[in-house]
Design a protein around this ligand. Sequence first.
Ligand SMILES: *[C@@H]1O[C@H](CO)[C@@H](O)[C@H](O)[C@H]1NC(C)=O
Length: 452
Amino acid sequence: MCLAIIWFIIPLLSGNLFFYPTGPVRLKSSFRQAPLLTAAPVRALVDEQISIEGRFLPPHSPVTVCARLHSDDGDLWESFAHYNTNADGTVSLTREASIGGSYLGCEPMGLFWGMQPAPGAREGLRLRKKNVETPSMVNISLLEGHVSPNEGPLPELAAVTTERWYMAPGVRRTEIRQNGVVGTLFLPPGPGPFPAMLDLWGMGGGLPEYRSSLFASKGYASLVVAYIGHKDLPGPPKRVNVGDSYFKAAFHLLQDHSQVVADRIGIIGLSFGCYLTLRIATRIGVQPSCLICINGPVGSTVPLRDASGKTEVFESDQKYWTYDDQGHVIFKEVSLPANLFPESIVKLEKLTCPLMYIVGEDDLSASSKETADLIEETLRAAGKSQLFTRLSYPGAGHLIEPPYSPNSRSSMWSIKPKKLVTLWGGYPAPHAAAQEDSWKKILDFMESNLRC
Ligand SMILES: *[C@@H]1O[C@H](CO)[C@@H](O)[C@H](O)[C@H]1NC(C)=O
């Protein structure tokens, strides 16, 4: 019945009696379904790869796929890529290659790691999630032709909004202000007890929660602690005013927690947090089960104020700071083993647990390769080679983070007392590959050292 009516209406609507469908195939194409863009799963953890596909498009035609998100600070980030549709009018980002835009080649997650601040953005941005209890909402749209999204308002063929989550359902987040410790504890769903991680970041300070929330999403209790640049820490600002007893208290807080397996605690640190990780493991009388160090030194890059590890202000010694021709500061030389403050250098030969050290070979903020070499040699000399694992990534910079976040080759370091942009290094595609590969290996390393 319906079919019969349609067969009549088409020629009438088209106003052209020659445009008369000759069979079911023509009929179908005359009623082409609207273009469709899908993301599966549309709601996922940020470290999960998703599959983005366009359908019901003209065959062998140029299309542009764009992604946009507003950071928690309200800055607009975007990416785009050029594709050609298949003979069947589809395009799949997991199977096909981008031939232009923010990335090239088959990169299923290129729209995420390829993001850049939109033109006209504030200087020196770095994309970091502040509120891990809400997802990042990434709008993905499909445009006709090979275009740049900044050419002006372009009509969308189709769009989809993906939700990128930092906490799996049931993960619990608790702010910690206990025994002087300023941190956030994430617990996986369920009664536990769970193996655990102590999570340390760099001299940029604050309390970045997005790595710990992901660890909890994988079944680990994870405590991230602040040690500089947080309003609840003792003052004055811009220096580390807490020492070994602070980190010992943080470790014990995890160890004594009813939902933590007391002898299954690892420590992870990036940058200055790497030095702290090694320091905690070798001199304060606690027994972590494994250590993960990302692009950081084996001693302090800032003069110490006392034997407990408290420091002077970050800027107090600038002897090894260097600058590029734009005046951007490079901290790489500061962390060369020979340039570190000698009394702060960690006694690596005292290590008793496995250590994974991750090197970004284009790190411009720490002498990571030299540091890895020193650790490897020291452990070999101490007959402890079996404790050491090195991962090394060409083209990766300093900030090796959970996967699919875009790399900032440089970003604002300080506004006061003067505006300072610092270089981190890293090129988009190899840096993204390093984040993806190292994250898998970090989780495997935790699995084998904390769950066995
Ligand atoms: C994403 O789409 C929603 C709904 O259309 C809109 O409110 C939001 O502003 C968009 N975000 C961006 C970054 O364009």
